[in-house]
Write a protein that binds this ligand. Structure first.
Ligand SMILES: Cc1cc2nc3c(=O)[nH]c(=O)nc-3n(C[C@H](O)[C@H](O)[C@H](O)COP(=O)(O)OP(=O)(O)OC[C@H]3O[C@@H](n4cnc5c(N)ncnc54)[C@H](O)[C@@H]3O)c2cc1C
Length: 425
């Protein structure tokens, strides 16, 4: 075999939290695995996200109230949801389909499927962390939704009952209970919800630990290995070739390319309806009065996470294509939101200002399973706002489907063929 060619049981494209979770599961099942990344582990959205693990987020983004709220955000470039005005047929088509999902029956369907994978992922992740000695500042003490406005809080009055129907626990907290639960909140906070099943970790640490485990189990991770093309034979992908001309062949290929998925998979005639949902975060050294629990500042849709090693505020959802610039207005909006709710809103020193692209599918469900028209090309992508939260169960599901094992959860809601189309050659 030429030095420019390598073979494995499985080649995984993308070393984000999803690709690495798949690699870990497949290696433990005895498969040989090569992971290719155009940069390296955690180069994409898996690096600077907020690191919350949130079964509480089972209800999807697309819901009737969002359309109403979105109308008040139009034209505001610092709003939680921003769509850069432009003529982009793929985006317009995506937005139309997203809007059509904002109805009760679709919300119900997505919520059930999201809850199933989120709950399963939390269980697997907790035992993985314990069994494999993963050191990533994991803490499972819940997450708080924080409110400053009674009317906004009232809209969530039914949430505890909804969560209970999903087998999850959320408690409404009044003003005094909120301040007792979280002394880092300022006086303007009037109440909130405690999501008891949620947890947090430090995402860059988690990715580093997954990388360590993949290598320890004999996997290979190739950095600076941008996949450029596929070798196809009928319904099978035989090999991929990277920018430097190296060829990697395998019995199975897993595409875990996050927001980059549509670009590369178009080479195979696959139309993957993923839009990059850009978000921002600012990481600081830890402030003196850092919140004990991860927080969602609800009226501003901003997330706050503290670790022993630091402090992060993050969020915003911007549809501006594959633009990787840092928008100062949106970064400033994060700090402004933190100032509204917190005694000590920012840390003493800024460590990193970051942007990342969430891989957003319009029905807010991930794509896990065979690509339509292929027997050995697996998709593991489209996790949107919840890739870390769903990562462990995604790795297990890919392993179970690929190796013909029985699955822990029903895989049908995540089947790519529901939305991914194979264009005629
Ligand atoms: C601000 C923000 C906050 C978030 N907070 C949370 C949170 O609290 N909890 C949560 O669960 N989720 C959160 N998310 C979402 C989460 O970050 C993503 O869902 C998740 O990281 C997606 O992981 P991934 O592995 O699919 O993609 P990525 O991490 O983006 O990985 C894709 C990889 O593919 C590689 N790649 C691209 N093209 C090629 C190519 N041609 N060849 C080889 N490699 C290639 C890239 O370099 C990259 O490393 C947040 C996201 C953002 C932006």
């Amino acid at each position: 075999m030429s030095v420019n060619s390598q073979v494995a049981d499985v080649v995984i494209l993308g070393a984000g939290v999803i690709g690495l979770s798949c690699a870990y599961q497949l290696l433990r099942a005895g498969q040989s695995v090569i992971v290719l990344d155009r940069q390296g582990p955690g180069a994409g959205s898996s690096h600077g996200n907020c690191g919350t693990l949130t079964p509480s987020h089972a209800p999807p983004l697309a819901e009737p109230a969002l359309l109403r709220r979105a109308l008040t955000w139009i034209g505001r470039s610092d709003a939680p949801l921003y769509i850069k005005p432009r003529l982009d047929p793929a985006l317009l088509n995506w937005l139309l389909r997203f809007a059509l999902r904002c109805r009760a029956s679709a919300v119900e369907e997505s919520t059930r499927a999201r809850a199933a994978i989120l709950k399963q992922s939390s269980v697997i992740l907790e035992s993985m962390i314990a069994d494999s000695g993963i050191d990533c500042e994991y803490r499972a003490e819940g997450l708080l939704y924080v409110f400053r406005d009674y009317q906004a809080l009232d809209e969530y009055a039914d949430l505890p009952a909804q969560m209970q129907r999903l087998g999850l626990s959320a408690k409404l907290l009044d003003r005094a209970q909120m301040h007792a639960a979280e002394p880092a909140l300022n006086d303007s906070v009037i109440g909130g919800l405690l999501h008891e099943n949620d947890a947090q970790l430090r995402p860059d640490r988690y990715v580093a630990e997954l990388t360590r485990l993949v290598l320890e189990y004999g996997g290979q991770i190739v950095e600076q290995a941008e996949v450029r093309s596929f070798e196809r034979s009928g319904s099978r992908v035989r090999a991929v070739t990277t920018r430097d001309g190296r060829r990697y062949s395998a019995a199975n290929i897993v595409s875990a390319l996050g927001a980059w998925s549509p670009k590369l998979l178009a080479e195979l005639g696959l139309a993957v309806p993923i839009q990059p949902g850009k978000g921002y975060s600012i990481t600081y050294t830890r402030p003196a009065n850092a919140p004990r629990l991860p927080l969602v500042l609800k009226e501003r849709s901003v997330c706050v996470t503290s670790w022993d090693s630091g402090y992060r505020i993050g969020s915003t959802m911007e549809f501006s294509g594959y633009d990787d610039g840092l928008n100062e207005r949106r970064l400033a909006a994060l700090e402004r939101a933190a100032r509204e709710y917190l005694v000590d809103p920012v840390g003493p020193t800024v460590m990193e200002r970051w942007q990342g692209w969430r891989p957003m599918v319009y029905d807010d469900l991930p794509l896990i399973g065979l690509a339509p028209g292929f027997d050995n090309l697996w998709l593991a992508t489209g996790h949107g706002m919840l890739g870390v939260s769903m990562s462990a169960a995604t790795g297990v599901l890919i392993r179970q489907l690929m190796l013909g094992q029985s699955t822990d959860i029903d895989p049908s809601p995540y089947e790519p063929k529901r939305v991914v189309k194979l264009k005629a050659a």
